[in-house]
Ligand binder design. Structure first.
Ligand code: DQA
Length: 143
């Protein structure tokens, strides 16, 4: 079963960001980690990253049309993109929101997620393991 793992702005430069929040893994390594954890759970992860809201919306449309489950780290778009929320609302399969850091422990503007209200669930604060846990949750949901 295919799963789209979508990542928002600045996650492509993960290793250059605040290591106290995001650790030291670069995006290519994160991608390999997600793909191998997906395989262990019988899933085929198509891992993508974009700094563009438009591109992420187009990928969500693609997932809706193909009834493909989605794991998404919308990054900063989490906090204000109603356009991404509206696109995600059209999904037919499960949607799991993930964050590497725990936004609720950080600045107040990160305490709002416009995505959580339409997600099947949210996993945050476990570093790259947030994605692994999301894959396990997804596998259970697809049973
Ligand atoms: C993030 C948290 C967001 O607040 C932030 O804008 C990001 C990454 C996370 O994975 O912890 O870019 O989504």
């Amino acid at each position: 079963m295919k799963v789209l793992v979508l990542n928002g702005p600045n996650l492509g430069r993960l290793d250059l960001r605040d290591s106290a929040m995001y650790g030291s893994m670069n995006f290519e390594s994160l991608k390999s980690f997600i793909k191998s954890e997906a395989t262990k759970n019988g899933l085929d992860a198509d891992v993508r990253q974009s700094d563009s809201e438009v591109e992420i919306i187009q990928w969500l449309h693609e997932a809706a049309e193909g009834s493909i489950p989605v794991i998404i780290n919308p990054a900063a778009f989490t906090h204000y993109s109603y356009a991404i929320r509206d696109a995600a609302e059209m999904l037919k399969g499960p949607l799991i929101e993930v964050h590497i850091s725990n936004p609720l422990k950080r600045e107040e503007f990160r305490h709002t997620s416009v995505i959580s209200g339409i997600a099947s669930g949210t996993i945050a604060g476990f570093g790259p393991d947030s994605y692994r846990l999301a894959l396990i949750a997804l596998k259970e949901m697809l049973k």
